[in-house]
Design a protein around this ligand. Structure first.
Ligand code: APR
Ligand code: ZN
Ligand code: ZN
Length: 361
């Protein structure tokens, strides 16, 4: 089958690989749609550490073709959304209602049993996030797939697998934005635009979009942003002016840049919350005076996967979509074939799309 494989840092291509059948507790999924997320790019450019070679892809939806022994949650023919974190239901975090932190296995490029089903010329090829679904097929742990209703188009459902769930969940679950509150969102890519939607769904009174690109902030207005800032200007100062010098209730950082993280912490009002969603480099550091947090009562919190409980929240987000409250179709600016993956990454780097999605033929 064809797959997008990163061979080394800054080197990836669409190549032919072999895929072994699912083993016990695994499923074979024929991919219908695969989202192109900044985290895929972060594997390519080395921001997120990964073993190589690896099949990229961690956001997608498709059809179950075959199940291995002992699989009970899905059957062949089921439509599924892939989750980039498995949900074992039994580990320390799963039993404490924190399934988005499930530690059933180390994310080392293999599946749960420590081996991979993908190979090339007999040599193993790793997979991203137990999935590696930027490919025609993926063999994944059954606890990484969630059945979905068949009335929802795959392209829309794919986004639920990472970007939308991370962004919407950051607002409605991680931060639990209160109705009437004020929100700023730094970085209006696929994930940031989803934060904007989550803040709108949560009933925020004011949602300020911050981005270097005027087009992205304009896009954010279509998803519920009420204000934007001057591109390349002093966003912190402008937001202080908008809020009568008080600052904002919640600032979401959805870039992963230490400088914008610092801006978010600064712009939050006394007692407010900065929510860190963007993933930065392992060696990068942001800095806050040790005086600030205790004396202002500000909180800085991390958001992992929108604090999702996939079994509960995936169907919920699909239902919000069905009811027209969560715009998924509007998020898909462009679709690509699998062969066009390099073009999709170029467009992601240029920031021209809300989300690009690979649609499999
Ligand atoms: N100030 C303001 N906006 C910025 C800045 C900056 N210094 N740098 C980048 N941006 C904007 C870009 O213009 C773009 O619109 O941030 C946005 C990032 O969007 P995408 O590249 O589409 O990334 P996305 O897929 O949304 O992911 C964002 O979340 O899940 C993580 O790993 C992911 O860290 C990444 C982040
Ligand atoms: Zn992602
Ligand atoms: Zn678990």
């Amino acid at each position: 089958m064809k797959a997008v494989v990163a061979d080394a840092q800054d080197s990836y291509s669409v190549v032919d690989v072999d895929l072994a059948p699912p083993k016990t507790g695994e499923v074979l999924v024929r991919m219908a749609a695969t989202g192109v997320c900044h985290s895929d790019l972060s594997i390519i450019n080395g921001t997120i550490p990964s073993p190589f070679p690896t099949v990229l892809g961690h956001e997608g939806a498709g059809v179950v073709e075959e199940v291995g022994e002992g699989v009970t949650n899905v059957s062949p023919g089921d439509h599924v959304i892939l989750s980039f974190i498995p949900h074992c239901g039994e580990c320390f975090h799963c039993v404490r209602d924190e399934p988005y932190l499930c530690i059933v296995a180390k994310q080392d490029g293999n599946l749960l049993d420590g081996t991979t089903r993908v190979s090339r010329n007999g040599e193993p090829v790793f997979v991203m996030s137990f999935l590696g679904n930027m490919a025609e097929y993926a063999v994944a742990p059954s606890i990484s797939v969630v059945p979905m209703a068949k009335d929802v188009p795959f392209q829309a459902a794919a986004l639920i697998g990472c970007g939308v769930t991370t962004g919407v969940g950051a607002a409605v679950k991680t931060a639990a934005v209160r109705p009437g509150s004020t929100v700023a969102v730094w970085g209006c890519g696929g994930v940031g635009l989803s934060v904007v939607q989550g803040a709108r769904i949560a009933g925020a009174s004011r949602i300020v979009a911050v981005d270097l690109s005027a087009e992205k902030m304009e896009m954010a207005r279509r998803f519920g942003a009420t204000d934007s800032v001057t591109p390349g200007g002093d966003a912190v100062r402008e937001i202080f002016e908008m809020t009568g010098r008080i600052g904002i209730d919640y600032a979401f950082e959805v870039i992963g840049n230490p400088r914008t993280i610092e801006q978010c912490i600064k712009v939050v009002r006394r007692g407010g919350t900065a929510v860190l969603v963007g993933v930065g480099g392992a060696k990068e550091r942001f800095s806050v005076s040790s005086l600030v947090l205790p004396l202002t009562g500000k909180s800085v919190i991390g958001c992992m996967y929108g604090s999702v409980n996939t079994k509960v929240d995936f169907p919920l987000y699909l239902d919000l979509y069905r009811r027209g409250r969560l715009d998924l179709d509007g998020m898909i600016t462009r679709t690509y074939t699998l062969d066009e993956a390099p073009r999709a990454f170029e467009d992601l780097e240029k920031g021209v799309n809300a989300r690009g999605v690979i649609v499999h033929g």
